[in-house]
Design a protein around this ligand. Structure first.
Ligand code: DX5
Ligand code: ZN
Length: 216
């Protein structure tokens, strides 16, 4: 299982140290949550933090855009260092344009959806994206409770992937911990903020998530 620690729960006063620490402990990607206060009722970080993270990170940056009209900012986030750019289907009416913009730069495109959005709306794009991000909390804040009813979306995506031999990765984000991670059968990558960064035993937390076997 790939593990992407979400910087949302890290100590931003020591950003470089936090990134180096989870890198050393075996993380695969660094997940950065970008919020605009419009698509979600919270503000987080933007381009300068992605640039700073890129300068110090040996791992790929996995940028989760929770912003309206992502098409306006995709180029800038890629310039700042994003390797994976995930945007929300509810945030734009230009889904294909966004995917193409990301691919134009040779980067990986991810598509996400809120818990209230039915998963089948992603179907037309499954053969175009590199990743689908299933939100298991309402986007906007770290430290929320895992919504177990979202697990069926992971299963649906996994079946589509198998049926049509599609290469996209399934990522899950929100409320991931020791109890909930094993429920994400079919996932390729787990995002985790609180469980990793607030844990007194970060190594154990990362090791545990990595030890979950991917469904084959
Ligand atoms: C929420 C973000 C998540 C968040 C997860 O909108 O997308 O990446 O950091 O935090 P935890 O792991 O604490 O639920
Ligand atoms: Zn996220």
């Amino acid at each position: 299982m790939k593990v992407a620690p979400s910087l949302l729960s890290c100590d931003f006063a020591h950003l470089a140290r936090e990134i180096a620490n989870v890198t050393e402990l075996g993380a695969d990607w660094i997940h950065i949550d970008v919020m605009d206060g419009v698509f979600v009722p919270n503000l987080s970080v933007g381009l300068p933090i992605v640039e700073a993270a890129f300068r110090v990170s040996a791992l790929p940056l996995d940028v989760h855009l929770m912003i309206v009209q992502p098409e306006k900012y995709i180029d800038a986030f890629i310039k700042a260092g994003a390797e994976w750019v995930t945007f929300h289907i509810e945030a734009t009416n230009q889904v294909e344009t966004c995917i193409k913009k990301i691919h134009h730069h040779g980067k990986k495109a991810g598509l996400s959806l809120r818990p209230g959005t039915p998963v089948f709306v992603l179907e037309p794009y499954l053969n175009q994206v590199d990743l689908v991000l299933v939100m298991t909390v309402e986007p906007g804040f770290g430290g929320q409770t895992f919504m177990a009813d979202q697990v069926t979306k992971i299963q649906w995506l996994y079946e589509k992937k198998q049926l049509h031999q599609l290469p996209f990765l399934i990522q899950v984000d929100g409320g991931i911990n020791q109890e909930t991670a094993p429920l994400c059968q079919g996932a390729d990558c787990l995002v985790s903020g609180t469980y990793i960064f607030k844990s007194p035993q970060r190594k154990q937390a990362i090791d545990f998530l990595k030890s979950i076997r991917r469904k084959t």
